[in-house]
Design a protein around this ligand. Structure first.
Ligand code: NAD
Ligand code: WQD
Length: 338
């Protein structure tokens, strides 16, 4: 019989793509989302891709009464926990918002899971836990002692909570450390929602090309990298979503344990390379200027993803041009639908 998976934050950017992959792999999916960074309509968009309805609870993972009601009604076998705030800069301005939502949410969810003896969980972590390191490609055993922002702290604390529960309380946890997710589903029906001025590079590029922003500012070209701009490991969101299905399968099969996996392509690209790749697939000249460094930016980081490749039997299918192509397609489709 198909297993039923609770996806917290399942209407968000990575969550929605993962719900598609889960449904396409015959998992039953139940979503809980408080719409703090998404809209209800995403559920219909998911259905338009998979042909399957999304069972949706609009509620907060910090609200234990709502979670309890959900666990009473649904026979949940496992959980993928995406629900969290994710803006690094905002977390510096308002750290308590991040501690409350991300850490309290994790604790509330784990407590209910424990109560209902649902102990299989995949948790969304981030490469931000590695901080400012020059040791790329980064392996999972790289030290993660000091976070570079309150957002990063929330990821480290949640990882630690999950490790404790795996060690002492019978949980089976998979921690996924994402590098830089970009792009959108090739149907252009789901993608990252453009709420406000984007902080991240790729949405800023696509909005500039669409004429919504005047120009892109490249944050510094005086780094110690081949072209002077920062290097990141950009990963197509669909590749990332597919890794969640593999991680879930893996978690169900393993014994009480906690495993950590990097999810990246294993290749680093500079900001200028991303711009060039975008210009090539879109046929547009992107207006950009070189500006000052952005505070807190890590010079260069990319993943060693061999552990995920070996144990999860997962590899990335999409390269940088496919990422740019789908990001642009989503930008154009989203503009049309407004
Ligand atoms: P997102 O904001 O698009 O999605 C998060 C979803 O969770 C949203 O739909 C939001 O409404 C919901 N949510 C937030 N708090 C909630 C709460 N208390 N109760 C119920 N729902 C809540 O973000 P995303 O990019 O899809 O990120 C998903 C996860 O991956 C987050 O944990 C994030 O920290 C992590 N992550 C993201 C990135 C990235 O670059 N996007 C990188 C590394 C890790
Ligand atoms: C990428 C590169 C910028 C915007 C963030 C979080 C990280 C993780 C992923 C959640 C950098 C440059 C950007 C612009 C630019 N998220 N840039 N002009 O900072 O690597 O990672 O998202 O866990 O925790 O910090 O991603 O897309 O913001 O930046 O030059 O207008 O693009 O300096 O080198 P980042 P990003």
């Amino acid at each position: 019989m198909s297993k039923t998976i609770l996806v917290t934050g399942g209407l968000g950017y990575i969550g929605s793509h993962t719900v598609v992959e889960l449904q396409e792999n015959n998992y039953n999916v139940v979503v809980i989302d408080n719409l703090s960074n998404s809209v209800k309509d995403v559920a219909d968009r998911i259905t338009s891709i998979t042909g399957k309805p999304v069972k949706l609870y609009i509620a907060d993972v910090n609200d234990s009464a709502s979670l309890e009601a959900l666990f009473e009604l649904e026979a949940i076998d496992g959980v993928i926990h995406f629900a969290a705030h994710k803006a690094v800069g905002e977390s510096v301005q308002d750290p308590f918002k991040y501690y409350r939502n991300n850490i309290d949410g994790m604790i509330t969810l784990q407590k209910i899971m424990y109560h209902y003896q649902v102990k299989t969980i995949v948790f969304s972590s981030s490469c931000t836990v590695y901080g400012d390191t020059k040791n790329s490609p980064i392996v999972e055993t790289h030290p993660v002692t000091e976070a570079i922002s309150p957002y990063g702290t929330t990821k480290l604390v949640c990882e630690q909570i999950l490790k404790d529960l795996c060690k002492h309380s019978g949980f089976k946890g998979v921690i996924l450390r994402y590098f830089n997710p970009v792009g959108a589903h090739s149907s252009a029906r789901i993608g990252e929602l453009p709420l406000g001025v984007p902080d991240n590079l790729v949405p800023y590029i696509t909005q500039t090309a669409a004429g919504l922003r005047e120009k892109l500012t490249v944050f510094g070209n005086d780094y110690n990298t081949p072209d002077g701009t920062n290097i990141r490991d950009y990963i197509h969101v669909v590749d990332l979503a597919k890794a969640h299905v593999k991680a879930l399968d893996y978690a169900f099969e393993m014994h009480q344990n906690c495993e950590i996996f990097n999810l990246g392509t294993g290749k680093g690209h500079s900001v200028l390379e991303v711009i060039k790749a975008f210009e090539k697939v879109s046929g547009k000249n992107l207006p950009y200027v070189i500006g000052a460094r952005r505070a807190g930016d890590v010079e260069q980081i990319w993943a060693d993803a061999t552990k995920a490749e070996k144990l999860l039997r997962w590899t990335c299918q999409y390269d940088l041009s496919a990422m740019m192509k789908d990001a642009w397609k989503w930008q154009l489709a989203f503009d049309d639908s407004q």
